[in-house]
Ligand binder design. Sequence first.
Ligand code: ATP
Length: 305
Amino acid sequence: MTLAEISERCHNITSSYLANSNGSAIVEATKEAIQITRQQFLQEVFTRWDPFGDRLSFSYNGGKDCQVLLILYLSCMWEYFVTNIRSSQYSSQYHQFPLQFLPTVYINQAETFGTLENSIESTRIRYFLSVYESPRNQTSMPEAFRNYLDVNSNTEAIIIGIRHTDPFGADLTCIQETDSGWPRFMRVQPLLHWKLANVWSLLLYSNEEICGLYEKGFTSIGGINSTVPNPSLSMKLELGHSTLKNEFEWEIMHAYGKKEASDEVCVSKLSASDERLLQNKGHLDYYPGWYMIDDSLERAGRSRS
Ligand code: ATP
């Protein structure tokens, strides 16, 4: 695989999703969400910052939101590349995908789950991410970004997978400057309008490997000392489970590239230390994270945002 090939694959995933006629309310809403993000990338972001230059970076921490945004970003990069070829006077054989690695920033803030670390590493390889990893617990988030910009001084804008339903996300816009107290760069936020159900729908359909903690009842992943499986997904909890069901059976059964329908979800393996941790804490019997589509409960397993 190359970055060009995985970008083309991501484009095929989103095109295939957009072409499906499943007709469910979640799928239709997700198609709309994809089209908005696509327009934002192609018409607002790439017209200001060439995705093949060095002024745009991607912020990545292995979570579901940045992974779904990464798939959309690569998909749009492929579309941008192909569109440019079509408008060029030279035949397509003279065009090469201009990028081999994607500039990416990962701020290693807190003690993380081994499973998440492993997942970041395998996605780094799969998506050809050139990851700048800040030293763990080095400083505050703004300071860590300042350090990133010191070594990547051409960066003007950073793509972030924040959504309106995240803490402090309600009033954000797609492109805006950082707040005071932060180093100056433009925040690019094309996932703001996505609801939790949209994220799960495209991610599960993509058949791309997702972090294994999500299968164990996690719905949002922070530090190892501040995140547990989402309490409302506990199998021991009697209350409310009449409403808990897998809304994504179709996405899983018909996931992109599956030769025949199956209910298997592509998740990364739990690390041995996380398996022990979940066992020791009695955190074993939880429904998968995608059984939760209530945005207001998404972070119920996190004691710090
Ligand atoms: P989840 O909520 O399931 O953990 P997520 O990590 O993608 O998914 P958030 O925690 O809400 O979502 O973070 C929003 C976005 O902010 C991420 O998608 C990513 O772009 C950026 N981000 C958050 N933490 C970091 C970090 N430590 N390093 C780099 N980027 C980060």
